[in-house]
Design a binder for this molecule. Structure first.
Ligand SMILES: Nc1ncnc2c1ncn2[C@@H]1O[C@H](COP(=O)(O)OP(=O)(O)OP(=O)(O)O)[C@@H](O)[C@H]1O
Ligand SMILES: [Mg+2]
Length: 286
């Protein structure tokens, strides 16, 4: 069984009737000449405006595939994805993806030109406005002084900030991030998580964030969808809005992390046992 978790209606009484992004019983597959690989099986979730929604699960459970489907690069074989009620069937400037590799920045363009590029290419803005908008978001990520620098002169953390500024400059309806900090060292990663939260406090964008780190999920997300191993199915949804970087190492934070770990990896555990242990902030799908 893989019961859809109609999360926001139960847990967020003030939510509007329509979710910003709704993923309804979505199965995703890769077809090669030899075989069909099912990446996710009937996954459902709903993301509301200004959510920081995290997809968490082991390697190969289909997190990146789900994100690509939300971006419109892959079509479901079953179910559907809607953004503000409109079926997602192609990529669009209302959904911008930030990937893990920072060498996604063309090296021959300056930082500012990198941020302006999508705005100009999509004809969203004229050159002057694009430049103003680029500088505005570079300032928000603390890189105003590096607008004229070339990407190869930046550290990994700085490249990550440029990628975030470039995405936010498009003012998408939802920002899609696939393990954006995974290539960074532990200290820089933590710093980037903190900056992302500060930026969210200021801009209040809607975020779909993929990670396989339980700790990162608890820090970054206000809601976390736990996916079972390959093919990914919804295991549970966790409410984690109470945590931030200051919660790291705290008793409640550690208890939530342990429970998530059990849900993700103790496949043998019976649902009854889990339900007895249920926390108010976790809802189990199966
Ligand atoms: N281009 C592809 N062709 C065939 N199968 C693929 C392709 N990309 C991914 N898969 C398969 O689909 C499944 C889900 O892959 P996906 O990359 O979405 O996992 P993931 O959860 O993002 O993993 P990770 O944490 O390692 O990034 C895996 O079994 C993977 O082998
Ligand atoms: Mg992935």
């Amino acid at each position: 069984m893989n019961a859809p978790l109609q999360g926001h209606t139960v847990s967020k009484p003030n939510a509007t009737a329509q979710a910003l992004l709704s993923v309804n019983k979505v199965s995703l597959e890769y077809r090669t000449r030899q075989r069909v690989v099912r990446a996710t099986h009937q996954v459902s979730f709903e993301i509301d405006l200004a959510d920081r929604f995290v997809l968490l699960g082991p390697s190969g459970c289909g997190k990146s595939t789900l994100l690509k489907a939300a971006a419109g690069f892959i079509q479901p074989v079953e179910g559907e994805i809607r953004l503000q009620g409109q079926r997602v069937d192609a990529p669009g400037p209302d959904r911008i993806v930030v990937f893990q590799e920072f060498d996604q920045l063309p090296p021959w363009k300056t930082v500012k030109q990198n941020v302006m590029f999508a705005l100009l290419a999509s004809k969203t803005l004229k050159r002057k406005e694009a430049e103003e908008r680029a500088l505005h978001y570079l300032e928000k990520v603390g890189l105003a002084a590096f607008a004229e620098a070339y990407p190869h002169t930046l550290s990994g953390g700085m490249k990550a900030r440029v990628a975030i500024a470039r995405a936010l400059a498009m003012q998408p309806k939802i920002l899609l991030m696939d393990e954006p900090f995974a290539a960074l060292d532990a200290l820089t990663r933590r710093k980037m998580q903190e900056e992302l939260l500060l930026l969210w406090e200021e801009v209040r964008f809607t975020l779909l964030f993929v990670t396989h780190s339980i700790e990162e999920a608890l820090v970054v997300g206000n809601r976390i969808l736990l996916l079972s191993p390959h093919p990914g199915r919804v295991r549970a949804e966790v409410h984690s809005h109470q945590y931030d970087l200051h919660s790291l190492g705290g008793v409640a934070f550690q208890a939530s992390a342990r429970r998530i770990h059990r849900l993700l990896f103790d496949e043998g555990q019976s649902p009854e046992t889990e339900r007895e242990l249920d926390f108010a902030d976790i809802r189990i799908a199966y």
